[in-house]
Write a protein that binds this ligand. Structure first.
Ligand code: AMP
Ligand code: GLY
Length: 441
């Protein structure tokens, strides 16, 4: 069948890499894609949120499935657009409905959902410009640090964690009255600070049943030792060594099950990924956020560890047959190191020629912000490419990624040299804890 994949990052190149290995995939189209997807699929020159262009190509190219990478098209309602169009409604879209996408599109919606379905989450209250003074009073009742979250999508920048009360109150005013994050901060959720280790859980659901995918940890800060500004993610490791069977059981019974059951109870159509951001507070997993898509760069380590045919997996989601699907996972570790443009996540230059890619051996290069320019691969974004490797443990995989990173060059190239630094002292779990039986249901 012909398939359309929406998006242009490393996540989408990893999906495309896996989808094109399936005998079920005839032609893969990617909109808009990057220089990496161009080598294995047909890139289309329109944005992932241009629904009319999507409709036109789906009809013209006889596309039979649409897979959505980023959150934007989902929050804007691409699933509903297909469902409400007589020409498109028979074509499955892998991704939640517009209502389901509110789990990521509105922090308040997500918090209300968690409270209603008793999913453990930090205590909170939400405020608007009209109630800004009440918000300041609420802050004064909390212990520092203070967590302020813009309600809407703010490109991963809408969360502020502040030590000082007066500063937190000023920032609350900036967000609500000063529109610091535009419309996204016309409502702000103030949340209890959770002190613990972060981890992510990736779930794929057909709306009835679910599979838990391999765990992964990403490294969001630009600087070594987790310092400096937040980025989209500078690298990732899968599996996460400290996630044992006991913790996984808690995550499944207390968080995954009530989340999937809650979607069903509330009549929210959801056939796609749920990426649950957690903080492990004294071995008690607590949700800090939902995303309605896979993580990037987590996809670049999770997807390479899937042994099963991903197109078959997506078909099982579309046909509500996920409970019958046997998901097989590679026992090896996978790691990825993200190469970024100098200056990112602040201002950076584009159009730098990337060299050395032909020397990479025994790693997979997933392109993110790249494009082809007169036959050359040039930089076209902050995060440029992710170098993924396998190993018997994450240290071995990382060594391989770093060996290959050193063969790639472009002007002002930057990357973190310490991915996995916080995992080194933690023992790798016994092979029992990474068998499919414990992670996959
Ligand atoms: P979010 O966009 O909700 O994932 O938040 C961005 C980052 O802020 C998270 O990855 C955490 O590091 C941090 N964070 C969010 N909520 C909390 C919280 N309640 N307590 C502590 N840290 C938090
Ligand atoms: N790597 C974090 C995210 O995709 O949101």
């Amino acid at each position: 069948m012909n398939i359309l994949l929406l998006g242009s990052g490393g996540r989408e190149h990893a999906f495309a890499w896996k989808m094109t290995q399936s005998p079920l995939c005839d032609t893969l189209f990617v909109a808009p894609g990057n220089a990496g997807t161009a080598t294995i699929a047909t890139n289309l020159d329109f944005s992932a949120t241009d629904f009319e262009a999507i409709k036109a190509v789906v009809i013209k190219e006889n596309i039979e499935m649409v897979v959505v990478g980023p959150e934007d098209p989902l929050v804007k309602g691409v699933y509903d657009f297909f469902l409400n169009d007589a020409d498109l409604k028979h074509i499955p879209v892998i991704g939640p409905s517009k209502l389901g996408a509110q789990l990521e599109g509105s922090k308040e919606f997500a918090k209300e959902f968690m409270m209603k379905h008793q999913v453990p989450t930090a205590a909170y209250d939400s405020f608007t410009a009209e109630t800004v003074e009440k918000g300041c009073e609420f802050l004064a009742t909390l212990q520092p640090p203070y967590v302020l979250k813009a309600d809407g999508l703010a490109a991963g920048k809408g969360v502020l964690i502040i030590q000082d009360l007066a500063e937190a109150q000023t920032e609350l005013r900036n967000m609500l009255v000063g529109q610091k994050f535009g419309a996204a901060s016309s409502k702000v959720v103030i949340e209890e600070f959770l002190d613990g280790i972060e981890l992510s859980c990736f779930v794929l659901t057909d709306g009835k049943s679910y599979k838990i995918l391999p765990t992964a940890k990403d490294y969001k800060r630009i600087g070594e030792g987790d310092t400096g500004l937040n980025t989209g993610g500078m690298g990732a490791v899968s599996p996460v060594p400290y996630v044992d069977a006991v913790l996984m059981e808690k995550i499944e019974t207390r968080i995954v099950q009530p989340t999937i059951a809650g979607l069903q109870k509330d009549g929210i159509p959801y056939k796609g990924f749920v990426f649950i951001g957690l903080i492990n507070v004294n071995n008690e997993p607590i949700v800090i956020e939902y995303n309605v898509r896979m993580g990037d760069p987590e996809t670049e380590v999770v997807v390479p560890r899937l042994k099963s045919d991903i197109v078959e997996l997506f078909l099982a989601v579309a046909n509500e047959k996920l409970d019958e699907f046997n998901l097989e996972v590679d026992e090896r570790s996978a790691t990825t190191v993200m190469i970024v443009s100098g200056g990112y996540p602040e201002d950076f230059e584009k159009g730098k020629v990337i060299s050395g890619l032909e020397n990479v051996e025994n790693s997979i290069v997933f392109h993110a912000g790249t494009k082809l320019d007169k036959g050359a691969v040039v930089t076209n974004g902050g995060r440029v490419m992710a170098i993924t490797s396998y190993g018997n443990n994450f240290q071995e995989a990382l060594q391989q990624s770093y060996d290959n990173v050193s063969k790639i060059q472009f002007e002002k190239m930057n990357y973190r040299k310490d991915i996995g630094f916080d995992l080194v002292s933690i023992e790798k779990p016994s092979s029992k804890t990474v068998t499919t039986g414990l992670f996959l249901f």
